[in-house]
Design a protein. Structure first.
Length: 510
């Protein structure tokens, strides 16, 4: 076994040993069962310390490339082509009666074609994309997070990695109780309780499993957001789209459906609705609560955007107005802090907290206490509030840049509303202009956005589109928004651009 080791090279010697042995295996020069030199023998032949060679061998063993057999020596493992990634397949070795059966048919279980999603354009790396409404990684406070995590690891506690209490890390639960109380939600014993979950989708899933029975239907806003629509589809839950206007969910429309007994629950986003950015009026909030009480139907309040207000007064959460225990409030740190941090929580009437905890425990033995402690320490040291203030200022700048560009260049035939928070602007096109055809033309010009079929529960292509500004620089926002305005102006001046085959929602997934 000939290895060429550069002791003066920039790459660690143990890495050179590991890589070269792995390469010899990948090329078939070292095959399964081949005996290789021991740590001592290889160290002596290369003039290296045994520790260096031992580290290389430990990594090779961890990758299932070599194995040490006590009293025998070190050998290349069986099927090394799998360990090196050269061949991950394996021939089916069934025989006799088993070989006569046909393969399993999975097609009846498929429902992916029903999912809401939008693939980026083919020139994704060249495009300005207004499609992602999540926090910008450029604003993530990595140094502060690293500082908190390092302090935790210097003083590790066994419970960091143990099975957690289903409610969550108690100091974080207590902090959230105070935060909800400050928002006007009664949190005294026997009123409402906090349950922490592993992300917002898990929170929604937990609640839906609890309140929806097979064959029942839930009311949702139209337009809505893809994560909710996909979750309902995955759970085979039917939904009734309720129109959204300038005051939020159309509660008169909802009242008619409720009177017919069509829905078992209502899911809504009262503040900074995705995709329109609308905040539900006080009158609509009160009407929605009256309907829930009248028909004894629970409300699931999505309140992820509360920390993303840039101006104006905070609206009262529906949960703070709920005197009868009809509202389950859900929020998370994903939308305002780190989207990959799986920490969300539900504020639930005390009467159902125990069965909800039982349901959570049955589906999930517990969340990561380490992440809970990390989040709590980050909060109590003041880092979280500092990050929120910084983020609000920056996202407001980005919103203002998009609004300023639209105000200067958008044709008068279009309409938009300036949101007081959130990450989205909903742009209304002329009635004869559909978003899918405009998307095709906009992508050719180098700008991507979310067309209406991406957010309409019935996938209809209406004269509306969503522009998300959270992950774009000021320069790209101005350039991209100006491009969309120019494309719209071109279509108004030359309607022939809108002719041709009608683009379908399914075309986005091809």
């Amino acid at each position: 076994m000939n290895l060429n080791i550069d002791k003066q090279g920039s790459e660690p010697v143990y890495e050179q040993i590991r890589q070269q042995i792995e390469q010899l295996v990948a090329e078939g020069l070292l095959t399964a069962g081949t005996r290789i030199p021991s740590v001592r023998q290889l160290a002596a032949s290369l003039g290296l310390s045994k520790n260096t060679v031992s580290v290389a061998y430990e990594e090779l063993a961890a990758r299932h490339i070599i194995e040490t057999r006590p009293g025998s020596g070190t050998y290349i493992c069986a099927r090394p082509e799998i360990a090196t990634g050269v061949n991950l397949g394996r021939r089916n070795e069934m025989s006799g009666e088993l070989a006569d059966f046909p393969p399993m048919r999975w097609e009846p279980y498929f429902f992916r074609s029903e999912f809401f999603g939008m693939l980026p354009g083919k020139r994704v790396n060249e495009m300005i994309r207004f499609t992602h409404n999540y926090p910008d990684p450029e604003l993530f406070p990595f140094e502060r997070i690293k500082q908190v995590a390092t302090n935790m690891l210097w003083n590790p506690q066994s419970f960091f990695f143990d099975i957690s209490h289903p409610q969550g890390y108690q100091p974080l639960v207590e902090h959230l109780e105070k935060e909800m109380a400050l928002a006007g939600i009664p949190m005294a014993e026997g009123q409402n309780d906090i349950i922490i979950t592993g992300g917002f989708q898990r929170a929604l899933s937990l609640i839906l499993d609890f309140i929806v029975r097979p064959g029942q239907k839930v009311a949702i806003e139209s337009p809505s957001y893809s994560n909710l629509l996909n979750l309902l589809i995955a759970k085979h839950i039917d939904y009734l789209p309720v129109p959204v206007d300038n005051e939020g969910m159309d509660t008169e429309f909802l009242a008619t459906a409720m009177a017919r007994g069509e829905v078992c629950a209502v899911i809504c986003t009262p503040d900074f609705h995705n995709p329109t950015g609308i905040c539900m009026s006080r009158e609509r909030r009160e009407h929605l609560l009256r309907l829930a009480m009248q028909h004894r139907v629970p409300i699931l309040e999505d309140d992820q955007g509360r920390k993303l207000r840039y101006e104006g007064e905070d609206n009262p959460p529906l949960k703070s107005m709920d005197s009868g225990g009809y509202v389950i409030h859900a929020s998370s740190y994903g939308m305002c802090f780190l989207p990959g941090l799986p920490i969300a929580w539900v504020t639930t009437p005390a009467a159902i907290s125990e069965p909800l905890l039982d349901a959570k425990l049955a589906a999930d033995r517990g969340d990561s206490y380490f992440l809970h402690v990390l989040m709590h320490n980050f909060i109590v040291k003041g880092h979280f509030d500092r990050h929120i203030r910084k983020s609000q200022r920056e996202y407001k700048r980005r919103r203002d840049a998009m609004v300023e560009t639209l105000s200067k260049h958008l044709p008068n035939e279009c309409r938009y509303r300036v949101p007081q928070g959130g990450f989205n602007i909903w742009l209304e096109l002329p009635p004869y202009m559909q978003s899918m055809k405009l998307l095709e033309l906009s992508r050719r010009a180098g700008v991507d956005f979310a067309p209406s079929p991406f957010v309409m529960p019935d996938r209809s292509d209406i004269n509306g589109l969503r522009m998300s500004f959270s992950r774009n620089s000021i320069e790209d926002i101005r350039r991209g928004a100006r491009t969309i305005c120019d494309v719209i102006r071109s279509c108004i001046d030359n309607p022939d651009l809108l002719e041709g085959p009608e683009m379908k929602y399914e075309d986005l997934l091809k």
